[in-house]
Design a protein. Structure first.
Length: 107
């Protein structure tokens, strides 16, 4: 573990959110936290009935892979793909405007 210069922190106001995010990243949990956020955002974006038949399984380089139970639901979701991408990014990126998900692949 890297030693932190405590003298720099004395009498200095720090942002707890930034410190926690840095610690999570240091532990290597930042990708896992993002995956959990995506799971929650998925339910909110597509609704509970569709979420029963589809589930995000992997996020690779801004591409979200979603497992869908049957071809009918896959077709329905592919029609609404752009709308879903927009909704998921809106939920995940409340503070900053970057896009986490640029593409969705239904498998």
């Amino acid at each position: 573990m890297k030693r932190v210069d405590t003298k720099r922190r004395i009498n200095r106001i720090i942002c707890l959110k930034d410190e926690i995010e840095g610690f999570v990243k240091y532990l290597g949990l930042d990708e896992r936290m993002q995956e959990l956020k995506i799971l929650e955002a998925w339910k909110e974006c597509v609704g509970e009935s569709i979420a029963k038949f589809s589930r995000p399984v992997e996020l690779k380089k801004n591409k979200l892979l979603v497992r869908v139970e049957d071809a009918g639901w896959r077709f329905e979701l592919s029609i609404k793909k752009n709308e879903i991408i927009s909704k998921v990014n809106k939920i995940l990126c409340k503070e900053d405007k970057k896009k986490i998900i640029k593409e969705i692949v239904f498998i």
